[in-house]
Design a protein around this ligand. Structure first.
Ligand SMILES: *[C@@H]1O[C@H](CO)[C@@H](O)[C@H](O)[C@H]1NC(C)=O
Ligand SMILES: *[C@@H]1O[C@H](CO)[C@@H](O)[C@H](O)[C@H]1NC(C)=O
Length: 298
């Protein structure tokens, strides 16, 4: 028996759409809701329950301008275990379920969800051309937290004669402080990306900057919400060895110059004294001579 062409076509189409989970539509297949700070499982399974241990699957979060890499698994290797490229906001927060892989289960767990985790995630099996989209909704919880005033402290991490690497640490702040480095003109200077961590209910921020000029530098922590600002100052002096050499040279030069001047003055003084003495010795004699001459003429 021969199938009419139309039937074959629609059969193929059904098969295809079954495989792709309707991902072409762009709307999420599943929505998951979680409370902020709780862990969440984002589900993704092959309908065939095929073993995925030797496969590749890729979890990404949709975003502009680019997707964020959440979790990548490839034949036993995954992010931070043989594979690189995970977005830093997901580092140490995402894990898979190794014992579930043989059942075609590629779900992941995100630990301690944050409000920033809100969004649409995709779980892709590129080799099977299969994709599932999951919408994650993180609900904020009202937190009662005690304010902590931020106090910066500064250290010199490294220094050469041309530059100094400065670090500012702000401990235990809440609400989250903004931290910046300024020069003596109160201008904000370029710094690296701040390193922010949240431990307990407090924020810990460290901010590095490299400076290349002698100056007073200030690290300033600001908490607008509680009208608090504090700073720590540090004076940076570069080229230290050269300056010491220059100062020593200047002092030696000054001493030599002073000695030369003193010696010249001393010689002048001695010469003067000698001449005066000589004149005094000659004076009386000439007076006598005059007297003698006068006697003779008489
Ligand atoms: C996949 O594994 C996770 C974690 O064990 C589990 O919660 C989930 O129900 C599993 N999904 C399926 C379809 O079995
Ligand atoms: C910089 O700010 C400090 C404190 O806010 C102030 O005392 C100082 O006069 C300012 N310096 C300049 C150059 O504006």
């Amino acid at each position: 028996m021969e199938l009419p062409p139309l039937l074959i076509l629609s059969f193929c189409f059904l098969n295809l759409s079954g495989l792709t989970f309707g991902a072409e539509s762009g709307t999420p297949d599943i929505s998951v809701t979680v409370k902020e700070d709780d862990d969440v499982i984002l589900p993704c399974s092959l309908s065939t329950n095929e073993n995925v241990k030797k496969m590749l699957f890729d979890w990404q979060k949709e975003g502009t301008p680019t997707q964020k890499n959440v979790f990548l698994y490839d034949d036993g290797k995954y992010y931070n275990n043989g594979l690189l490229g995970q977005d830093k906001e997901f580092k140490d927060r995402v894990s898979h379920f190794p014992e579930e892989l043989s059942h075609g289960n590629a779900s992941i767990r995100i630990k301690k969800t944050r409000l920033e985790d809100n969004g649409t995630y995709s779980c892709k099996f590129p080799d099977l051309k299969q994709e599932t989209k999951i919408k994650l909704v993180v609900e904020p919880v009202l937190k009662v937290r005690i304010n902590g005033v931020a106090q910066p402290s500064v250290t010199i991490l490294d220094q050469t004669s041309d530059w100094a690497l400065l670090q500012c640490d702000v401990q235990s702040g809440y609400p989250k402080p903004t931290v910046e480095w300024q020069n003596s003109n109160n201008q904000t200077i370029h710094s690296e990306e701040p390193h922010v961590s949240e431990i307990g209910n407090r924020f810990y921020i460290s901010l590095n900057t490299t400076v290349k000029k002698d100056d007073h530098y200030r690290c300033i922590a600001t908490q607008k919400e509680i009208w608090h600002q504090s700073h720590k100052k540090i004076y940076i002096r570069l080229n230290e060895p050269w300056k010491i050499v220059a100062i020593v040279l200047a002092v030696v030069l000054a001493v030599v110059l002073a000695l030369v001047v003193f010696w010249i003055l001393l010689r002048c003084y001695i010469k003067n004294k000698k001449r005066q003495k000589h004149n005094k010795e000659q004076e009386p004699r000439s007076a006598q001579e005059q007297k003698l001459n006068a006697d003779q003429s008489v």
